[in-house]
Each structure stands twice: as C-alpha cells, then as structure tokens.
Design a binder for this molecule. Structure first.
Ligand SMILES: [Zn+2]
Length: 206
C-alpha cells in the first residue's frame, strides 16, 4: 500500500497510539489484544496480510475457546449455577455444559423475554398487540401464536411439537412445556425459532 494513502496514515497513527486500556476506541489496539490473547503476538510485528489471513481460523478458534472457558468458569462460580446443580430430577436447572451457548440463548429468550429475540446481532420483536401480518387467523402475534398457531410456520413446526411433553398446549401452559424440554431437545426449539424468525423477517421486509 502506498505510504501516503490516508488509510495507511490512519493505520500508522492507530498503531502508534496503541493503548491496551482503550481498545474500544482503537481497532488496531483491539486487534493487537486479540493476537496477544491467542498467542500470535509475532504477527503484530510484521503485520503481513498473507500471514494474518492464513492464521485467521487458528486465531478465531483460540479466542472462541478462551471465551467459552471464561464463560464456563464464570457460570461454575456463580451461585445460580451452584444452586441449580443441587436440584434433582425435573427441578434441575439447565445443564449448560452440554448445550452450545447460542442455543441456550434462544431457549432463555423464549422463556424469559417472550416475543423479543436477538439473533446474530439482529433484534426481532413480535408485535403482541397487533394482529399477525403473516397469516389470516385474526390473532395477535404473541409468542404463543408464533410458536404454535401461525400458519406460515406450520411446515417447520412438527419436529418441535413432537418433542414437547404435553397433551394440550395452551397460552397458559406453553411456557411451562418449554421449560420441561430436555437439554438434548433444545436443538428442535432453536431450529424452529431461528427458521421462523428468518422467514418472518423475509416476509415482512419483502
Ligand atoms: Zn400468524
């Protein structure tokens, strides 16, 4: 890259002003901290794009593992986890060690924050005060409608329903039913919710 190009000058200034305490405001500092944490400090000295690119997967995998371990440690040390693991049988809280975090996140959003989902950085809000715009059932678009009623999502619903332990699902008991799902069944809920949210967004923004 030409030494006088503005991008090059900015990069140099960012590198010169490296400050580990201000990684929020300096992406070069942020990048260096990622290299440090993933044991790739040597790449910082050369800043060779080819070497950086070929190490990309290794760096991101190391950081992912590090973050996961940190999360695990935090949760293992939390009182909630401690009390949760003391409960027996059906009362036992989620065994978070066996479920990926991105699936747990959706499970938690269904249970605790019905109608608002954050999926890959995007917010999806069901409009529970308005009639559903996707189907003609004349029903409010609340979580129950989204999960069990809406005709637009019917084709994706069978694997979810076959995994819920319930004879009759109603607005009153459906969150209870979700809470009883076994960790190994979270995949069905995750797949269903994410597929339907994507479909909903596509239709509404079409
Ligand atoms: Zn609908």
């Amino acid at each position: 890259m030409d030494e006088n190009r503005i991008a090059r000058t900015c990069l140099k200034a960012l590198i010169l002003n490296y400050n580990p305490k201000e990684i929020k405001f300096n992406w070069a500092s942020n990048f260096k901290s990622i290299l440090d944490r993933s044991n790739h400090q040597h790449l910082w000295k050369e800043l060779d794009p080819n070497k950086l690119y070929s190490s990309k997967t290794k760096i991101t995998d190391t950081i992912k593992t590090l973050l996961k371990n940190e999360d695990m440690e935090r949760s293992q040390n939390s009182l909630k986890h401690y009390y949760g693991s003391q409960l027996a049988g059906n009362n036992r809280l989620i065994d978070i060690t066996s479920v990926p975090f991105y699936k747990l996140r959706i499970f938690a959003q269904v249970r605790l924050n019905p109608g608002i989902f954050y999926l890959r950085g995007e917010k999806h809000s069901l409009d529970h005060e308005m009639n559903c715009k996707l189907c003609n059932l004349d029903s409010h678009e609340d979580l129950f409608h989204f999960l069990y009623e809406c005709r637009v999502h019917e084709s994706s619903r069978s694997s979810l329903l076959s995994n819920l332990v319930c004879d009759e699902i109603s607005r009153d008991n459906h969150l209870n039913m979700i809470s009883k799902l076994k960790p190994e069944d979270y995949t069905y809920l995750y797949d269903f919710v994410t597929t339907c949210l994507k479909r909903r967004k596509f239709i509404l923004e079409e």
